[in-house]
Design a binder for this molecule. Sequence first.
Ligand code: DGL
Length: 298
Amino acid sequence: MHNSKFFCNFAAETMKIGVFDSGYGGLTILDKIYQRLPEYDYLYLGDNARTPYGTRSFEVIYEYTLQAVRFLQQQGCRLIVLACNTASAKALRTIQQHDIDPSQIRVLGVIRPTVEYVAQRADATATPHIGILATPGTVSSQSYVLELNKITDSPVHRFTGSPFIISQQSCPMWVPLIESGEYREDGANYFVDKYIRAILDKDPLIDTLVLGCTHYPLLADKIHAVLRNMGREDIHLVAQGAIVAQSLEDYLHRHSEIERQLSRGASVRYLTTESPDKFNQSASIFLSSPVAAEHIEL
Ligand code: DGL
């Protein structure tokens, strides 16, 4: 249970947008959301003490994510973005269908908007070859494969019957490298090289690589370097931040009944299950301005 002594004055006069991730990765999403929609009040929650989620079982990811959703709801969030592919893949649907009352709170994920973006930008004249880089949890859920195949029949997709060719690669070392700050070191190159080569071995015709974990944009420079070395600068790397921000804006336009309830204090508060000092230091790598996080327990 959370430590209520920190939160007695914290809750509900303002209706906030909650942004949740297992750790720092969701900051790559929050950053873009805040740039696009700065007028609202945001509450970021990183479950840094229990990260990574991506190597955990379905049951544990679901349980942890549900705890975070309930906590954010208690703190006055009307809308929550699961800024984590693993949580979106493993917990979102169950939470939407069984655990929340949509008249009280809405929970959105990051996979569907990403899939819509990929489908919209794919070349309608050729069969798209898509590579998905993600955590073991997201890969084993098959969420990207299922959603991409589903969208073939939907109006946003411009193809007539040409299926996507999808390859997936789990990158279990990337989140630990990022959470520990080791991702900038030369030692990280080995694991960047390894997973990029592995996915391109599966399908050398890949033209779009989805960074299907919100931590991965931190490795974008190293990924570009590997692609350059391989002579594959033509590959389009998809990071989710701007896509999710755009999709949230569209959602709020479509749901004015929710948008009207959101408070407009242009604030962001950061909560972590780890030490705030540690969070503040690492968060500054992800964001341009310093943050002052508060500790909570789930
Ligand atoms: N940022 C999360 C995601 O998008 C990270 C996963 C993890 O904790 O392993 O999947």
